[in-house]
Design a protein around this ligand. Sequence first.
Ligand code: 0A1
Ligand code: ZN
Length: 882
Amino acid sequence: MSSDAVPPPVRLGDYLPPDWLVDTVHLDVRLHPTASRIVATLAMRPNPAGREGSPIVLDGDELSLKSLTLDGEPLDGTAYVVTPAALTLLAPPQRALTLEIETVVDPSANTKLMGLYRSSSTYCTQCEAEGFRRITFFPDRPDVLAVYTTRIEAERAEAPVLLGNGNPVESGAVEGTSRHYAVWHDPWPKPCYLFALVGGKLDRITEEFVTATGKRVELGIYVELGKTERAGYAMDALKRSMRWDEEVFGCEYDLDVFNIVAVADFNMGAMENKGLNIFNDKYVLASPQTATDADYANIEAIIAHEYFHNWTGNRITCRDWFQLCLKEGLTVFRDQEFSADARSRPVKRISDVRLLKGHQFPEDAGPLAHPVRPSSYREINNFYTATVYEKGAEVVRMLKTLLGEEGFRAGMDLYLDRHDGDAATVEDFLACFANANGVDLAQFALWYAQSGTPQVTVSGSWDEAARSYRLDIAQTLPPTPGQSEKLPMVIPLAVGLVGPDGQDMTLTPDDGSNAARGVLLITEPRQSFVFRDVPHRPVPSLNRGFSAPVKLSSDMSTADLLFLARHDSDPFNRFDAAQTIALGHLVEATAAARAGTAMPAPDALVAALGATLDDGALDPAFVAQALSIPSETDVAREIGEDVDPDAIHGARTRLRRAVSDALAPALHAAYVRHAPSGAYCPDAASAGRRALRNTCLDLLAAGGTPEGIARAQVHFEAADNMTDRFFALSVLAHAAPQAREAALAAFHERFHEDPLVVDKWLALQAQIAEPQALERVRGLTSHPAFAWSNPNRVRALIGSFAGLNPTQFHRVDGAGHQLVAGAVMDIDGRNPQLAARLLAAFKSWRSLEPVRRASAEAALRRVAEKPDLSPDVTDIVSRSLG
Ligand code: 0A1
Ligand code: ZN
């Protein structure tokens, strides 16, 4: 793309209200595989808050305009202009008017999977963020809210099921033809990104839900023919979500029906279209034979997430796309809380924080860093990020920590009441919490505006004579792209002081502040807190429950960490103390590997893990988390610069072997103790037992002994569910090259007809940390099971290679970087969103050691130089190199 063709970025500060409003939309959609015809009737009027005398500018993308009338009269060709991006009525009458626009689109040729497309033979739509403009000309912005009525017509044989937003109104045959139609009406005004329709040959399961006030709702989950048996768990999760939202947030469902449709080709996880959620089938379909415990947990969380959007996203939507976190951060927070209530709260918190550190921290530390609410963008599709979603959820969680349970609920109640029906902003949201609690949140709002992960340094000192304990705390926020100077943040740091008996001491803050609640309020670059009546030297437990998304460093000794790993009453910090010991060891061991010096002995870690394994009072799911050795990406992040993935891999492999050797009897005992009793059940308690047993299996095999491998082989063959079978397969694939091929072949033979299981098989092979992985991945791209057109297949193979195989993606010869860059360039012409997401795997390239850094840069430059790059990939590549 030549530089003068690059459009200017969209800026938050340039926001203007729409000049024209749309009150109602009637869509008449005649589905056809290559020429679907859409007649849109828009009742429009000038916006009193807009610019007077404005033209009507309607967005459009790859549309063929067939006819256009204003109040029933065809428009003269001089009255409007059509460009590739818009239809403009130059001098419309400045009064309420009706436009009728007829367009034709080709769903079969729509490989971008935005707008109206076909997944297998099903017609479906995806409109967030800017896909509605690929269906008809429209003011495609979230602050234009209209009431929609949709008539869908299709060949009955091709699409017996016809679904739209809202409630069904009527349906029937189109007389004298083989076609039929259905009319849907959605009474709730909505932005066009929430529009959806589906037409296809689908099977359905259905149940009824009675809301808190006694309204009956018909629930439907639609899947490809023959797959209804796999939709039961999603239905169960949906009903539980609906009840939970009533009980915890007072949010009741507001239509007569709620439908979910699972499709095989989808760019993201799922979409919250009003009353008609459309899902990537990976997040709906599950059976014990085909889905792992992690799949079940994801389904539960994503079903809940999309359902919760009905209030946080749909009833209250976003004024503009800069406010994306308003719906996403809040809704992720809500789904996290739902899962925490449904499962184990500590274990859920640990896995959420692992996700945050694994994905969002690297984003915040690299060239793609952006605030939770960005202030400008070139391509909004590239802002569906871990920062907007996961850090956005952490910010909401901090609000709750600061305001307490009741204060938070009061703020939420006010928000849901005050802004129902609005397209709102982050300021509106914060004002509700400030008003409901009588507090000033101006400094807190910096969490939305400043990017980067705050670094918090803590040092503690005990004054024996004064029987007091003092914490000196400093915060800094590193510079990030476009933000060189930062202001201090509000950091709610939950702390405890653990006495020599392992019990929490009573906190008596010197200044009578709310530190007694166990939350230190940090607002300055440097602050000190003194606690009185501390008769013994305590061990401080800092950032309990990961109360703030910060990088914490302290002068804590290994002995103190070990003490916390054994005694902390806060389960998150108990987990985190062992992780900190492991990370410290791995950083040292990596340096030793590079210097060719002796590895340090991992005695402290072995002691911590051994104690956890022996503590029969702990939840097995927690023990499984606590036993997991930090990933290679975790270590790379901790090292931060001049990263050598091979050295990290070597250090981690040795550490796992040492832990295996040292703890073999205890691991074996736990493996035996957690043998399954009875048939597979996906509930959290059984999943926790499997997680612990499988973690033991993995660590035992990491020792490389024949018994360890043989045990994995037996486990693989004896498994009666996908969790155990796939876990054993991955142990064999990573630890037992001699057994790998046979196991992979057996697995493929058994499941080759199931694309979602084949994805697991592809992803696993892409992660093998051996030089042959590159050839294997290349070879698999020609496997009949692989398809460049399906995002799940591409993410499974190429995405796993780039994201989960650091030694091979960052091969010193550059071949891994070139493979991914090549795939990005190939995919870009067909599906730019998918290509851009894959390219974001380069986000930490600057932290690599010089040779690999040069190779990553060369691959990025190769992409940048390709002609006709999409705006999506252009945006990622230029920010990555910038
Ligand atoms: N709002 C959805 C995410 C989503 C965004 C864009 C999409 O376009 C392909 C699809 C889904 C959510 O948060 O679940
Ligand atoms: Zn969402």
